[in-house]
Ligand binder design. Structure first.
Ligand SMILES: [Zn+2]
Length: 372
């Protein structure tokens, strides 16, 4: 089952192709059933040393196949969390929108998602639906992250100066742009956290209540996550708490983008707003990862679909506007570098180092690099 889940190994390979190794590990952790690969046990052991109760941050102990909070005064609900197929589900339901029951696997279903699936031609059935779905998926797309590869390369360089760095990828999805570089470095351990079962998830938990001890991570990566949480400030506090004192944050966040994710899309930041959000971090690099070209393309697409009352018509409109305006994203190779381009960016990135000092608002205003 673990192979089906594709747990990420510490050396960057996936367990799908992992073969028995000579350097057999030490004993599996108690919540493992002993059938896991060496690399999974390595990740589990690293996790075991840093996992705490998501509610009170108290120590956990093994009870049966679950994890129990040791703190008698803990008000978390529940206080005993399940470990399913080797994945701890550490969610304090009294503080979260999500429910553990919704994250549990159901027979015949490998992947669990809290998001509604995109209804691709629900009004047509049979072979026509399959044909139309293939045509639907064959399209160029409007988005292209122009900075993620470069930024993750920089983050890799920073992490390589540290011994055995551990990186939290929160809201990992299937895999963000540029993450393959982190995954390719054997000394880096990735802890992939999400509230849905994805191909690479390591632990199921809410980013607003990270179930990790203080100063656990060398870096935290957030790509397109903050706009989907109810309380972004709480996520920042949790990241600050769980980062080592000179740890790194890498965040990508949309600015000029229409709603994506329906009810789970809650937040946008301008350039200055995004910098102020990370004011407890020293800026190492910041800029636009998606520029005005992508913003324009997405707005044209949204403008077109806004006229259409039926979901099927909007799907067709999306497909047509993808083919008509895909080329606009290539303008962003240049436009993400211009001052006015920052004012009209589709998404920003921020790479920073945890600091003891807080950026003053006067320095914040001086930090503005736009064209106004
Ligand atoms: Zn607790």
């Amino acid at each position: 089952m673990l192979d089906e889940l594709g747990i990420m190994s510490h050396n960057g390979s996936r367990c799908h192709s992992f073969s028995p190794v000579v350097d057999t590990p030490s004993e599996p952790v108690p919540w493992s059933n002993g059938n896991y690969s060496w690399t999974m046990i390595t990740v589990q052991k690293i996790l075991e040393n840093m996992l705490v109760c998501p509610g009170c941050h108290g120590a956990l102990q093994h009870q049966g196949e679950g994890l129990l909070c040791n703190n008698a005064a803990c008000t978390s609900s529940p206080r005993l969390w399940p470990v399913v197929n080797g994945l701890p589900i550490l969610l304090d339901e009294s503080q979260s929108l999500f429910r553990i029951a919704d994250l549990l696997p159901t027979p015949g279903k490998k992947s669990i998602s809290t998001a509604q699936p995109i209804p691709v031609f629900p009004f047509i059935d049979g072979p026509w639906r399959r044909l139309l779905s293939r045509i639907w998926h064959f399209r160029p797309g409007l988005s292209r992250n122009v900075a993620a590869e470069r930024n993750n390369h920089y983050l890799c360089q920073l992490l390589q100066e540290r011994p055995q760095p551990v990186v939290l990828v929160a809201g990992c999805g299937d895999e963000g742009d540029g993450i393959a570089q982190l995954r390719s470095l054997p000394q880096i351990t990735l802890v992939n956290l999400d509230v849905q079962w994805t191909s690479s998830v390591t632990i199921l938990a809410d980013a607003q209540q990270l179930p990790f001890a203080d100063q656990s991570f060398d870096a935290v990566v957030l790509q397109g996550v903050l706009e989907h949480v109810l309380d972004a400030a709480q996520v920042e506090r949790e990241i600050y708490r769980t980062l080592k004192n000179d740890g790194f944050i890498y965040c990508e966040l949309p600015f000029l983008q229409p709603n994506h994710g329906g009810a789970f899309d809650l937040l946008r930041f301008t350039w200055t707003g995004h910098r102020r959000f990370w004011r407890r971090f020293t800026q190492l690099d910041a800029g636009a990862c998606c520029g005005p070209g992508m913003a324009l393309a997405h707005m044209i697409q949204q403008f077109a679909r806004s006229w259409l009352p039926f979901a099927g018509w909007r799907l067709l409109s999306d497909w047509l506007t993808d083919w008509l305006f895909w080329w606009l994203k290539y303008a962003d190779s240049w436009l993400t570098r211009t001052p006015a381009g920052l004012d009209g960016a589709s998404a920003f990135y921020f790479l920073g180092r945890k600091s003891d000092t807080i950026l003053s608002d006067s320095d914040l205003i001086r930090n503005y690099r736009g064209g106004q």
